[in-house]
Design a protein around this ligand. Sequence first.
Ligand code: SAH
Length: 356
Amino acid sequence: MNSIDKIELLGMNMEELENFAASLGQPRFRGRQLHRWIYVKDTSSFYEMSDIPREIRQQLDERARVSIPRVLKQRVASDGTRKFLMEMYDKKRVETVLIPQSANLSGRYTLCVSSQVGCPLRCAFCATGQGVFQRNLYTHEIVGQLLGSRRELKRRLKNPEEPLITNVVFMGMGEPLLNYNEVIRAIRILNDPRGIQLGQRHITISTCGEAAAIKRLAEENLQVTLAISLHAASDQLRNELVPINKKYPLQTLMAAVKTYTEKTGRRVTFEYILLDGVNISRKDAENLAKLVKPLLANVNLIPYNEVDGLNYRKPQPQDVTAFYNWLNAAGLNVSVREEHGVDIEAACGQLAVKPN
Ligand code: SAH
C-alpha cells in the first residue's frame, strides 16, 4: 500500500478516531489514545505511541498515516515572528506565521494559518492574489500547520509543556470562507478540549466578504471572531481593491454582517488597510464611520505592507494618526494593527509562494 492510499488520521475528530480503531477490531479507547498522541503530543510516527502495543503500532503504520506538514524552511524576524514554509503531501506549499504576543520570547504565540494554496480572489494590493490559485487545503493540512509549528517551537524551548499557541487567525494565504467545510471542521478540532484546546473566541476567521458564507457561518453556533476585510467604504473603490465586491456589494455585505451579529451576539471587526493616497482622506473616514457605526463593530486599521511589483504605498505615520483620530472622534472603536515580521516578508498580505 503506498502512502497515498493510507487513511489520513490527522483531521479526524475523537469519534472518527474511535470508529477507525473499531474498524481495525480494536477497542474504541485506542481511538482516544491516537487522539492524544496526535493533538496533544504532535506525534506523526506510530512507533512513538508507547502506550499502544507494538503489533498494533505496526498495523497502524501499514494502514494509516498522520501527515503533519513538513517545515521546509523557517525564517525568524527581529521581533521573534517566525515564518514557516510548509510542504503538503503533493509538494504544494503554504506559509504559516507564528507571532509572539509579547516581546518576551518565551511567551505565547498567535498562529496565522493559510486556508488555500494561493488565492482565487485577486485583491489588488495583496501578494497572495498575484500568484496562481492552486487548491483548497484539507482539514488535516490546516490543523497540521498548528501541529507542525508547535513541534518546531517545542524543539527550541526548555519547557515544552506550556500552552504555546493560544490564538489562531485565518489570515494567511487564501480565503477561508471559500473553503468553508474544511475550515469549519478544522475549527472544531482546534477547539476540542481533549486535544488542542483553543477557545473559540481565540480563533479569528478573516474574510474578504463572502456574504453568503457569512450568513451560513451565523448558523454554526460557534463563538469564533469574524473579521471582514473592508478596505473601502464606497462600492466604486471597493470594486477596484477587493473584486469580490462586484458579486457582493457593500449593501449585501453589510446585511450579511448584521445577520451574523444578531444571530451570534458577537461583535465583528472590520479590517481597513491604509493605502497612501487611495483610501485615507477625511471623506473616506466619514464614509467608513457612516457604514460601520450602526453595527457596533471594531475597526482595525492596517498600515499597508508594501509588496514587490505593486504600486500601493504605505502612508506616513502622521496620516495614519489623522485617519485614526477622525474615526475615533466619530465614536468608532478603532485600533491600529501592530506590524510583525516585515523584515522577513511575513506581515499581512506579504505571503506568496511560487507555484511548483
Ligand atoms: N482572504 C482573507 C484572509 C487573508 S488576508 C481576507 O481577505 O480577509 C488577512 C488580512 O491582510 C486581510 O485583511 C487582507 O486584506 C490584509 N492584507 C492583504 N495584503 C496586505 C498588505 N500588503 N498589507 C497589509 N494588509 C494586507
